[in-house]
Design a protein around this ligand. Structure first.
Ligand code: SF4
Ligand code: MG
Length: 331
């Protein structure tokens, strides 16, 4: 399968007064063309920083891509200038953020923010672009789009802004769409509409999607593959079925136990994972999950396990699943 994105050994830090926060610590993953991949994990696990780094949208400084490659269509984005990145953003890669206020331009009308990309990247005439913008606003469920198109972001409600941002991201039919908690702030009906819209784009245009979310229901519905992150690292990857029905890493198992599942006995109590993730100012030498893991062994404190193949589709970073470990089991 053709890879549209290949992230290799990505390290991202933030330089703070307290020291260097190692937010992303050697992340590897890929996305195939036309595939929807979820990145899941607790807040602070590095999923948002990873997503923003892909488009070089972390503020530098204090942010710093210290090491690694981000190969998009075979080109390494890490070496691109701001100007080159601007050409890629919005044209080849679209992004939907959690907080629309930080990604919408407060000084431009919503309409101009949509047409800008269409005129610049798709050589559309002003009239065609305007018509397309109205169509897009309609598509994301914004009423009276002819009127709304002349308004500024502050004249939109939170949910409307979120939808406007999605219209902007979809405008140029990007090859890759990165969505960070795209529907968290929206009510359930609109949420379903937006997810349908993204699925549609994937089907019709072959758009690849990276979906960052804590909503495992959305993952099951939207995605083919899952990347589980913990303490700045990828600790397990697999198909949706691998991760939901045959999780191997103790953290992934805990994550699944901590969310309500429709297919399980409703009377079964939800067990949150006790403890907190490690402080990434002083990341642990060994496995980052040691302090919270019921199965922790001495080796876990001393050495960090690499990702090992569990099957042809699943990989996990846990000493219990090391090829030479005694009691490999599916439990
Ligand atoms: Fe637990 Fe050790 Fe596996 Fe980490 S490597 S998840 S501490 S058993
Ligand atoms: Mg986040």
């Amino acid at each position: 399968m053709e890879r549209i994105l290949d992230v290799k050994d990505l390290h991202v830090s933030f330089h703070t007064y307290a020291g260097e926060v190692k937010a992303v610590r050697g992340v590897n993953f890929h996305v195939n063309r036309g595939e929807a991949v979820a990145i899941v994990g607790e807040s602070g696990c590095g999923k948002s920083v990873t997503a923003q780094s892909l488009m070089k949208l972390i503020p530098m400084p204090p942010g710093d891509i210290k090491k690694g490659e981000i190969l998009f269509n075979g080109e390494n984005l890490v070496n691109k200038s701001n100007k080159e990145m601007e050409a890629i953003r919005g044209k080849d890669i679209g992004m939907i953020f959690q907080d629309p206020m930080t990604s919408l331009n407060p000084t431009m009308t919503i309409g101009n923010q949509i047409t800008e990309g269409l005129i610049k990247h798709q050589n559309m005439s002003r009239t065609d672009a305007r018509n397309r913008a109205i169509e897009l606003l309609e598509l994301v469920g914004i009423p009276q789009p002819e009127k709304r198109i002349e308004q500024y972001p502050h004249e939109f409600s939170g949910g409307m802004r979120q939808r406007a941002m999605i219209a902007i991201a979809l405008a140029c039919s990007p090859k890759l769409l990165i969505a960070d908690e795209p529907t968290t702030a929206l009510d359930v009906t609109i949420q379903a509409q937006i997810l349908d819209l993204m699925k549609d784009l994937q089907k019709k245009m072959g758009t690849s999607i990276i979906l960052i979310t804590h909503d495992l229901g959305v993952v099951a519905e939207m995605c083919e593959r899952v990347i589980v992150m913990y303490a700045g690292k990828v600790i397990e990857t697999g198909t949706v079925d691998d991760i939901f029905y045959n999780p191997q890493h103790p953290y992934t198992k805990g994550l699944l136990r901590s969310v309500p599942r429709l297919d399980l006995n409703r009377d079964e109590p939800l067990t949150p994972i006790f403890g907190t993730p490690p402080d990434l100012l002083r990341p642990p030498t060994g496995c980052g999950f040691t302090a919270r893991c019921e199965s922790a062994m001495r080796v876990c404190q001393e050495m960090d396990p690499e990702l090992n193949d569990v099957s042809s589709t699943q990989r996990t970073a846990c000493w219990l699943q090391h090829p030479l470990a005694q009691n490999r089991s599916g439990s």
